[in-house]
Design a protein around this ligand. Structure first.
Ligand SMILES: [Zn+2]
Ligand SMILES: [Zn+2]
Length: 488
């Protein structure tokens, strides 16, 4: 449906489109064997971004946008000059110069970087690397394409490596119950058990979204009934299909939303639903069910370009950095979904990250040669330290620290309904109970209740209360963090 646009080197003998500046550059010297200091002025960032028709400026432009993004957030990736106090105060309303710099003494690499400069302030981004060796071979054994569309075969290979070699990522054998799932071949709801399925974790957004309820449940079981539900459902179904899986679970469609008893049992089974699924697709940069998955139906910005037979690319920000300011990461419900999943595929604007209990990588990183990859970067999943533990470490320092950090992250998030505070944390409790035999009272671990009662507020707290469906006011116990609104 969405074929990747291949630009393999064999087919890429055409003369590159280069701007006036780039056509004077000696790319072989700059990227493959040169060592001397180089500094080339690419004009202001606006000028660089405007030279879209140039094959080299275009990829520099993607790196430049990344850099501007970092400046805006005030978080600079570990740059070569780390360790010194650096002036970060760029004035983004003023012009910023873009330089192309090779400065081995300062950068600790002979690869050129993009430098964003304003008066005496400089920040380094990159480096930009050629994937070709001096002898002209392509490093890394994957076919190169411009990477604007997601390559499903590549994702499949990443997942199958996990499925075949990681002991800790195997599914716990468990009796399956019948579930409502989406059949992506027929695009309709089905009721099945013991099948392989993918789960979706996403943000509902502020607009009303299409849901399954008692009145349309029958109709949605007819083939084709889910064809036009939302952009997100369409894209996710295309990915699931591309990965060779047939079934998909999405909360809005697979829980009958106005059937209270169905809803209650499904919510209590969250740890199973996400834990038993073979993969969770995380729409990390999406803000609603109308957002698309980048690289599926809509192209991503170009991160690889071939000039004179040389494929150029650069390292992109890691998962933790990208996740940092996403709406997804502020929502209460999404917190446990990705935490209790065995494998997650995070769709972001530039790349698809894969995280399992073993480590993480991304589709972009996969094109770098083995020793050039920053493999197993900081996990985004705070539960990761727990996977290697056994039950003898029930209340060890690691488990207590992990629990503390989870509560701290969870309480910093927002919930649309204050009454969801315990529900959206139940999956995590179930996970801890299964993994470490913890038991909970008001979301505090009972075995170390004396310790758990010593939680502290991080700021102003407000007493949590809500009115239940029978009109009574509900207040969770004040001695638990459940009883309060605000971060602890
Ligand atoms: Zn150019
Ligand atoms: Zn794995």
């Amino acid at each position: 449906m969405y074929p990747p646009t291949h630009v393999t080197l064999e087919g890429n003998t055409a003369e590159p489109e280069l701007c006036e500046l780039c056509s004077t550059l000696d790319f072989k010297d700059l990227f493959e064997w040169g060592l001397a200091d180089v500094e080339i002025d690419f004009g202001t960032t606006d000028e660089l971004l405007a030279r879209e028709e140039c094959d080299f400026c275009r990829i520099l432009g993607t790196l430049c946008e990344d850099g501007l993004d970092h400046l805006q957030r005030g978080d600079i990736p570990s740059s070569p000059s780390d360790g010194k106090d650096r002036q970060r105060g760029f004035d983004l309303s003023q012009e910023i110069q873009a330089l192309f710099v090779r400065d081995p003494a300062h950068c600790l690499t002979t690869k050129p970087c993009l430098v964003l400069k304003q008066s005496y302030r400089r920040e380094y981004f990159g480096p930009i690397v050629s994937l070709r060796t001096v002898r002209g071979e392509i490093r890394g054994n994957l076919s190169l394409e411009d990477r604007r569309h997601v390559d499903f075969d590549l994702l499949k290979r990443m997942i199958s490596k996990c499925a075949t070699t990681h002991e800790e990522c195997k599914r716990d054998p468990r009796d399956d119950e019948e579930m409502i799932l989406i059949d992506v071949d027929q695009m309709c709801l089905v009721q099945v058990k013991s099948v392989q399925y993918v789960t979706l974790s996403y943000v509902w957004g502020n607009n009303p979204i299409f849901k399954t309820n008692q009145s349309n449940f029958q109709r949605l079981q007819a083939p084709g009934a889910l064809n036009k539900v939302s952009n997100l459902t369409r894209d996710v179904a295309a990915v699931v299909k591309g990965l060779g899986v047939r079934y998909l679970w999405i909360d809005a469609l697979c829980i009958i939303q106005d059937d209270e008893s169905h809803k209650r049992t499904q919510i209590s089974r969250m740890a199973d639903i996400y834990g038993q699924s073979c993969l969770t697709i995380v729409a990390l940069t999406g803000t609603s069910s109308e957002s698309t998955l980048p690289g599926v139906s809509t192209p991503r910005p170009q991160t690889l370009s071939v000039v004179h037979g040389m494929p150029f690319t650069f390292h992109l920000s890691g998962l933790t950095k990208t996740a940092h300011d996403q709406v997804y990461e502020t929502r209460g419900w999404t917190f446990q979904e990705r935490l209790i999943s065995r494998r997650c595929l995070y769709f972001t604007d530039r790349q698809v990250h894969f995280e399992c209990r073993h480590g993480c990588t991304s589709d972009h990183e996969q094109i770098f040669p083995e020793n050039d990859r920053r493999r197993y970067a900081t996990p985004l999943n705070p539960l990761q330290p727990l996977h290697s533990l056994d039950k003898t470490e029930k209340f060890s320092l690691t488990t207590l620290e992990t629990f503390t950090s989870m509560v701290c992250q969870y309480t910093s998030r927002t919930l649309s309904y204050p009454s969801d505070i315990e529900n959206a944390f139940l999956g995590i409790q179930a996970f801890m109970s299964r993994k470490l035999s913890w038991r909970f009272v008001a979301a505090l671990p009972m075995g170390v209740l004396d310790w758990a009662l010593l939680w502290l507020p991080r700021g102003q707290l407000k007493r949590r209360s809500w009115v239940s469906t029978n009109g009574k006011e509900v207040r969770p116990p004040s001695w638990s963090w459940l009883g309060w609104e605000g971060q602890v």
